[in-house]
Design a protein around this ligand. Sequence first.
Ligand code: ATP
Ligand code: MG
Length: 264
Amino acid sequence: MPNSVAAIEVQHLSVKFPIRGGVFGKVKDFFTAVDDVSFELPQGKILSIVGESGCGKTTLVKSLVGLVPMASGSYSLFGNKVKDGMAGTSRVSDLVQMVFQDPFSSLNPRQTVIEILTAPLCARGVAFDKAEKRARELLERVSLPAGSLQKFPHEFSGGQRQRLCIARSLMLSPKILLCDEVTSALDVSVQAQILHLLDDLRNDLGLSILFISHDMQVVRALSDNVLVMYFGKVVECGEADEVLSHPQNDYTKKLLDCVPVIRG
Ligand SMILES: Nc1ncnc2c1ncn2[C@@H]1O[C@H](COP(=O)(O)OP(=O)(O)OP(=O)(O)O)[C@@H](O)[C@H]1O
Ligand SMILES: [Mg+2]
């Protein structure tokens, strides 16, 4: 049956960071940043992860692409288990790509757009001409002019740079995007453009998206499902309308109460 297998299924995932101390910086203890987290991202859906600063959202998604090691637990991509130590490999990055909060620091300032965009494909042995063709297609897809190819990152606005990051993340035709506060460094009108782009990409390419945000209005508008984290644990997870309109957990209620309401 199509779409019955989750794009990502995470089971009992934990991430621990060492706490060092003493003159020799020995490991004294471990801090559990992600604590026994389980959830599913259905295919073609957007699952938002919300929770206060420091609750482990970024650490969770980083562990899925091998940027931080998992202490325990496992996850599957489209029903295939990602074996221990495989999270950072090309087999995973062919399927899963991450887009970060700050578009400037995630782009090499010394590389032109064409170099930035073609690098992931060329590193996999694809001929430059073919990679360039795909780069042109994706620039058009994210509404950047073809003349951008010879420019450097500093020659773009913040919103254009984030489009560039999204284009780069799509070069390998991934099936899953992990978006970590991709709009929080941007002006409100540009935020809306990027959010529309993500929604279009989900609809047109069938991408499944994990979306981290502090902006509850954005989360409400964009998400199919919402997962609420608190001190590294999942406290509530379900359909966006249900979780945001009828939260069951006290922490979710408090989090939603913090959203400012503008009274006319
Ligand atoms: N490399 C690291 N070494 C040690 N501790 C870390 C490391 N990365 C994150 N942490 C800690 O893990 C916890 C979770 O951090 P994380 O960045 O995942 O939070 P977050 O939910 O993404 O917060 P924010 O909303 O502010 O981005 C924090 O207490 C942080 O200090
Ligand atoms: Mg974060």
